[in-house]
Design a protein around this ligand. Structure first.
Ligand code: GDP
Length: 304
C-alpha cells in the first residue's frame, strides 16, 4: 500500500541524512522529491506546498554529521505531512447522531461520488460500523439508475440485518430517499444512509440530481466517496461535487489497492475537507477511521 509515496519519502531521508547540505543540494533534493510525489498522484499544489515547507525547514536546520540527522529529517517530514492532512473526528459524528436520536429525528447522510468508486460497499461498511457503535440504520437505494445496484445493496446489507428502502429502477431518487426518511421516523431508526447514482464522467445532470435529493431530504452530512486508485481524478471529482453539491467529509475507498498513495495525501488538502474513513478491503470490516497517524505510519514506515 502506498509504496510510491513511501519511496519518495525514504529516498529523501537517505539523501539528506548523512551530509550537511549546500543550498544547491536542498534545491535539488526538494525538486526530486516534488517530482516523485507528483508522479505518484500527489496533486501539484500539494507537492508544491510540501516542497516549500521542506526547503524552509531544511535551510534552517543545522545538520550534524554524525547521529541524530535521520530522526531530525523524519520529524520534519512528519510535520510537513501533518500540515496537509486533515483528519476527521469520527466520535464527533457519533455524538451528532446521538444528539439527533435524542431529539427523535433520524440523522441523514447523503453519499455522493462517481460510479465504481466503492460507494455502495462503503455505505454498507459504514452501516456495520454504526451498528457496532449501537446505532441502527437503514439504507435508501437512491441509485435507481445502475442495473443491479439495488440487488447489490440487498445482497450486502440484508445478511447483517440492515434494511434497504427501495423502489423500481428509474424511480425518482429523491422520492426513494424521502421514503427512507419517513420509514426511519416511523420505526425510530436513528440513521438514514442514502446511496446515490454515479457516472463515470461527472455530468451536470448527476450533480443536479444530487442537489435535488439534498433539497428534499436536507441531510445532516454529505459524504463524498472517492476511489484512491483514481489519484488526481478523485481529487478533481471531489472538488466538483463540493462546488455543486457541497460536501462535509470524504471517504477514500480502495486504499489497500493503491500502490502510489497520492490521493490519500492530496484530497483533504485540495478540497479542504477532512477524510473520515479509508476503505482497506472488500469485506465489510475493512473500513478504518482516517487518522494522520495511519497515513504517516504507512508513508514513513521503513518497511518497503
Ligand atoms: P459504487 O459503484 O461506487 O457503488 O462501487 P461498489 O461499491 O460497487 O464498488 C466497486 C468495486 O470496488 C467492488 O468490487 C467493491 O468490492 C470494490 N471495493 C469497494 N471498496 C473497496 C476497498 O476499500 N478495497 C478494495 N480492494 N475494493 C473495494
Amino acid at each position: 500500500m502506498l509504496e510510491g509515496v513511501r519511496g519518495a519519502f525514504s529516498r529523501l531521508v537517505e539523501n539528506i541524512k548523512t551530509k550537511s547540505l549546500s543550498e544547491k543540494d536542498v534545491e535539488r533534493y526538494v525538486n526530486e522529491f516534488k517530482l516523485q510525489l507528483v508522479s505518484n498522484d500527489v496533486a501539484l499544489e500539494v507537492a508544491e506546498k510540501l516542497g516549500e515547507e521542506l526547503s524552509k525547514r531544511l535551510r534552517s536546520m543545522r545538520f550534524k554529521r554524525f547521529g541524530g540527522a535521520e530522526e531530525e529529517v523524519e520529524k520534519i517530514l512528519e510535520e510537513i505531512l501533518a500540515s496537509v492532512i486533515h483528519e476527521a473526528d469520527v466520535d464527533d459524528v457519533l455524538r451528532r447522531i446521538e444528539e439527533k436520536r435524542r431529539s427523535g429525528e433520524p440523522f441523514i447522510i447523503l453519499f455522493v461520488g462517481p460510479n465504481g468508486s466503492g460507494k455502495t460497499t462503503t455505505i454498507v461498511k459504514f452501516a456495520k460500523y454504526l451498528k457496532s457503535k449501537g446505532f441502527e440504520s437503514l439504507i435508501a437505494a437512491s441509485d435507481t439508475f445502475r442495473a443491479g445496484a439495488i440487488e447489490q445493496l440487498k445482497r450486502l446489507a440484508e445478511p447483517i440485518g440492515i434494511r434497504i428502502v427501495s423502489q423500481k429502477y428509474g424511480a425518482d431518487s429523491a422520492a426513494v430517499a424521502m421514503d427512507a426518511v419517513m420509514s426511519a421516523r416511523a420505526n425510530r431508526i436513528p440513521v438514514v444512509l442514502i446511496d446515490t447514482a454515479g457516472r463515470t464522467e461527472i455530468d451536470l445532470n448527476l450533480l443536479q440530481e444530487m442537489n435535488k435529493i439534498k433539497r428534499v431530504v436536507n441531510p445532516d452530512l454529505v459524504i463524498y466517496v472517492g476511489d484512491a486508485l483514481a489519484g488526481n481524478v478523485a481529487v478533481e471529482q471531489a472538488r466538483r461535487f463540493d462546488e455543486h453539491v457541497g460536501i462535509d467529509y470524504a471517504i477514500l475507498a480502495k486504499l489497500d489497492a493503491d500502490a502510489r498513495g497520492g490521493s490519500a495525501i492530496s484530497i483533504s488538502y485540495s478540497i479542504n475537507k477532512p477524510i473520515l474513513f479509508v476503505g482497506v478491503g472488500q469485506d465489510l470490516d475493512s473500513l478504518k477511521p482516517f487518522t494522520r497517524k495511519l497515513i504517516m505510519d504507512l508513508i514513513l514506515s521503513k518497511s518497503s
